[in-house]
Design a protein around this ligand. Structure first.
Ligand code: ZN
Length: 474
């Protein structure tokens, strides 16, 4: 080698991106070092905190977006069997642990590579896709769950004003994907027996689109959704994924319910009807989605009231929709406000194991073991018949079960949004939800509700140290 060649090679090395990794910053490249760490994480066998040695990379701010993108492209393509361990670890490492600066590039860099995995997979066509999805499902592999998680999380981060450029890349590519493949079209009725999990896969794609394009009222129209689906999107920014299985009446019922729930109280983006999809629960569980049952709307009715008051029968399909939406109100509205969320925990704790202390009877210990069912359960009766819910609370209170009334009042409190009025509803046997005259509320200096004026009666309450002391109605 002559001197000139040597100098040229030296310069080439010094100014190549690779040399910057090794020479200037003296950091280990992500590939394959980080991949080796991730591959060590076997199913469920890692400690969540402290993170394993993969944390040395994810916790560092030394890596650029491009380096992470390159890493993820290699890692996803070369990890054919992603276990729950990796799936779970990655979600913590990219979105919870470490500083926002460290997470910024590791998470954003995963977005396009994960999208590419989805795009490449979709090219295989329905038969091969179903075969692979089913195989993965049987082996409990988490590949697609991870790909969808990475893209949807990155799109959510974009919506929260980071990485806006990524959203601008992801949105047209997802649209192109849906336009290119007929089986991804919203009007395609894919045979769920012949192509298991294909409809669920399509729902996962819609979920990302709903998140990415929630500001766009025209999305459903532009994609060619049927009119009832389009209507729900335009009004509430929720996609209904039912493989065209729901009856038109079901959409009227859903519309009627959403109409009475302020859109800022939930963050729903997707409603699936698994019976029309594949009934593989928990598969690619996307964010901000609920599942409803088909239940032949307008045929079955349900009375959720305890025997202390006369029954009120409502359409069961509608009750399920109300219940599931209120799960989301619970998670996104209540749990984001410390005061409400603390209050909820406190009143469950106070009621304890005994089912008689609750305004719904689902057996001893039920709400203690499943506190996530508490609020949604009360919605079953509050939306069925609000005044009767208060009557029931009053009746239970009179019999010595004061906490039951606390539960009813908590629901009033949530839907009052801290104000001096709360809505009243009646849900009939055909699924029609009617809003009545508002409850008028009076509070004490601590904010506890001391008077509820309903159209034909008044309820009065006294409180002692934040606990309901007396109930009376006139
Ligand atoms: Zn529930």
């Amino acid at each position: 080698m002559n001197k000139t060649t040597f100098v040229l090679i030296l310069f080439a090395l010094l100014f190549s991106p690779l040399s910057r990794v090794y020479v200037q910053e003296n950091k280990k490249p992500l590939w394959p070092n980080l991949a080796n760490e991730l591959w060590k994480i076997n199913k469920g066998s890692y400690n969540k905190w402290p993170p394993n040695s993969a944390g040395e990379y994810f916790g560092s701010t030394a890596y650029t977006y491009e380096e992470y993108e390159d890493f993820w492209r290699h890692f996803l393509a070369q990890t054919p069997q992603i276990t729950w361990g990796i799936r779970s670890y990655v979600s913590y490492a990219l979105y919870y642990w470490f500083s926002p600066e460290a997470r910024k590039n590791s998470s954003a860099g995963s977005c396009i590579p994960a999208l590419e995995m989805i795009e490449n997979f979709t090219e295989k066509g329905p038969a091969e896709m179903s075969r692979i999805l089913l195989e993965h499902h049987k082996q409990d592999l988490q590949n697609f769950d991870l790909y969808f998680y990475l893209v949807s999380s990155c799109v959510r981060a974009a919506a929260e004003n980071q990485n806006i450029h990524l959203r601008n890349v992801v949105v047209p590519r997802l649209r192109a994907l849906v336009k290119k493949h007929d089986f991804l079209s919203p009007v395609a009725q894919n045979d769920k027996k012949k192509f298991p999990l294909l409809n669920t896969y399509r729902s996962a794609i819609y979920n990302i689109m709903a998140e990415a394009e929630r500001e766009n009222p025209e999305l459903a129209k532009e994609l060619g959704f049927p009119a009832p689906h389009e209507n729900i999107w335009r009004k509430y920014r929720v996609i209904i994924s039912d493989n065209n299985g729901l009856m038109p009446r079901a959409f009227e019922i859903i519309d009627g319910i959403f109409h009475h729930i302020p859109t800022d109280m939930h963050q729903l983006r997707l409603i699936t009807v698994l019976e029309y999809l594949d009934d593989y629960r928990g598969t690619y569980a996307p964010y901000r989605m609920i599942n409803i049952f088909k239940k032949n709307e307008g045929i079955h009715t349900e009375n959720g009231f305890l025997k202390d008051v006369p029954p009120h029968h409502s359409d069961q399909f509608a009750i399920v929709v109300v219940h599931e939406i209120n799960h989301n109100v619970d998670a996104s509205w209540i749990d984001s406000q410390k005061q409400l969320s603390d209050k909820k925990k406190e009143i469950i704790k106070r009621a304890g194991r005994r089912s008689a202390n609750y305004i719904r009877d689902l057996g001893d210990g039920f709400f203690e073991n499943s506190p996530q069912e508490f609020f949604a359960s009360i919605s079953n009766i509050y939306f069925a018949n609000t005044i009767r819910t208060l009557d029931l609370g009053q009746e239970r209170c009179r019999k010595g079960f004061r906490t039951a009334m606390e539960h009813a009042l908590f629901f009033v409190e949530v839907y009052s949004r801290g104000g001096d009025a709360a809505p009243t509803f009646v849900l009939d046997e055909h699924g029609t939800l009617t809003r009545g005259k508002d409850l008028k509320l009076k509070r004490n200096k601590d904010g506890d509700i001391v008077e509820v004026q309903a159209p034909n009666k008044k309820f009065f309450f006294t409180w002692s140290h934040g606990k309901l002391a007396t109930c009376m109605s006139l």
